[in-house]
Ligand binder design. Structure first.
Ligand code: SOE
Length: 396
């Protein structure tokens, strides 16, 4: 019999885009990082046994389940990884935590603040027994963004005045792009706001080490009906052959201003209509002593401005964040041989495995996920309430 005490036996729910990203991470992490517990890909769960079976075979999952209740009941599983739409998070996470399983849950934590509160309460209770929960804001684990936080914490930017954060995608520009689950409020909770706005809220709060305390927002749905999704639609893709359309029930774009508890002002934009921008998570932070700028489309680069440099030569410097001294980088390739999208997920596995092994709460916790959910809800409430929008008169 194998020694399971040095393993972390994982049961993952969901096998599509995020399911694949997580699968590769569980599989790859122990090959590059020395981990105190070796992740074991024990079971993959999906309602469609044959589709889940194909993914299981590809990534090396040892078994397949078609019902998450059965997955949670298994006593050969230590951690449940939730990679399903937001509408399912609360039920699966709370049941898993009550069954004594650690939980990793995709973002946004839930579809509503009430659900997120239930999850945070269940996680707080489980933590008292050494059972931990974490929400998957993977961009935190991009080396350049981890470095950004380190620089802010070391005081290199002085007092933070501005946060400009955008998450720009364009996969819905075509009005005939199909109606996937991400456009259905009952499944996704919200649109661009929760799917990608949640990431920049987390990134901003993470890097600046401060909380958003108030917001004022506007949200828009530009295309309100789309072709019913074909079988294999994830992002973009093609719609139903018969041309049948259904309603879009979420926002296509959201923009908001924010105040932070450190006195900084924030400006945020999340959109799936930024023509030409594919996955541009951009963040620029201006402080009294310097500034930082990052764009995920150049994810190995962090731009740093040091205001103490002589004016003649001062300017944004481009740091290639691949040195062994940079966060996570030593485990990978020689300097300059960059990382990609999937590495954030691998680093997420590394961090949660290390935290669990040392009996510490991994971050971001469900409480952190709840904090983001409250920002999202406040943006939505602000946008929905016409009386909160100051009208601009026009003469004609
Ligand atoms: C789709 O907009 C999406 O896949 C998000 O759901 C992910 O969280 C983000 O990493 C990339 O874009």
């Amino acid at each position: 019999m194998s020694d399971t005490s040095r393993e972390l036996r994982v049961g993952q729910v969901g096998y599509a885009f995020m399911g694949a990203a997580h699968s590769q991470a569980w599989r790859t992490a122990p090959s590059f990082f020395d981990l105190p517990l070796k992740p074991r890909l024990t079971a993959l769960c999906g309602r469609d046994a044959s589709a889940a079976g194909v993914v299981a075979e590809r990534f090396g999952w040892e078994s397949v389940e078609t019902d998450w209740h059965a997955l949670i009941e298994r006593d050969d599983i230590d951690l449940i990884d939730i990679c399903t739409p937001g509408s399912t998070h609360v039920e699966i996470a709370v049941a898993a935590l009550r069954a004594g399983k650690h939980v990793l849950c995709e973002k946004p934590l839930a579809n509503t603040v009430e659900e997120a509160e239930q999850m945070a309460a269940a996680a707080a209770e489980a933590a008292t027994h050494g059972v931990f929960a974490m929400v998957g804001f993977t961009y935190r684990r991009t080396p350049a963004l981890s470095l950004a936080r380190q620089l802010v914490r070391a005081g290199r930017l002085g007092t933070i005045r501005h946060v400009r954060a955008h998450y720009l995608q364009d996969w819905l520009v075509d009005p005939d792009s199909p109606l996937t689950w991400r456009l259905d409020k009952s499944l996704a909770g919200s649109g661009a706001l929760g799917d990608i706005g949640a990431h920049i809220v987390d990134a901003a709060q993470f890097i600046t080490d401060s909380w958003i305390t108030s917001v004022s927002g506007v949200m828009q749905t530009f295309v309100d009906s789309r072709p019913i999704a074909g079988e294999h639609s994830t992002l973009g893709g093609s719609g139903a052959a018969n041309g049948e359309r259904g309603p879009v029930t979420v926002d296509d774009a959201a923009a908001f201003t924010a105040r932070f508890d450190n006195g900084a002002l924030g400006i945020f934009e999340a959109t799936r209509f930024a023509t030409g921008r594919k996955n541009a998570l951009r963040i620029e932070i201006s402080g009294s002593g310097g500034a930082l700028a990052f764009d995920f489309e150049e994810m190995n680069i962090l731009n740093l401005y040091d205001a103490s440099e002589p004016a003649e030569t001062a300017g944004f410097r481009r740091i290639v964040v691949t040195e062994p001294s940079h966060p996570y980088a030593a485990a990978w390739w020689p300097p300059g041989h960059g990382l990609g999208y999937e590495h954030g997920f691998t680093h997420q596995v590394v961090d949660i495995v290390n935290a669990i092994a040392s009996g510490e709460q991994p971050t971001p916790s469900f409480a952190d996920g709840l904090a983001v959910q409250r920002v999202l809800a406040a943006v939505e409430a602000s946008s929905d309430d016409d009386s909160r929008q100051q009208k601009v008169p026009h003469d004609s």
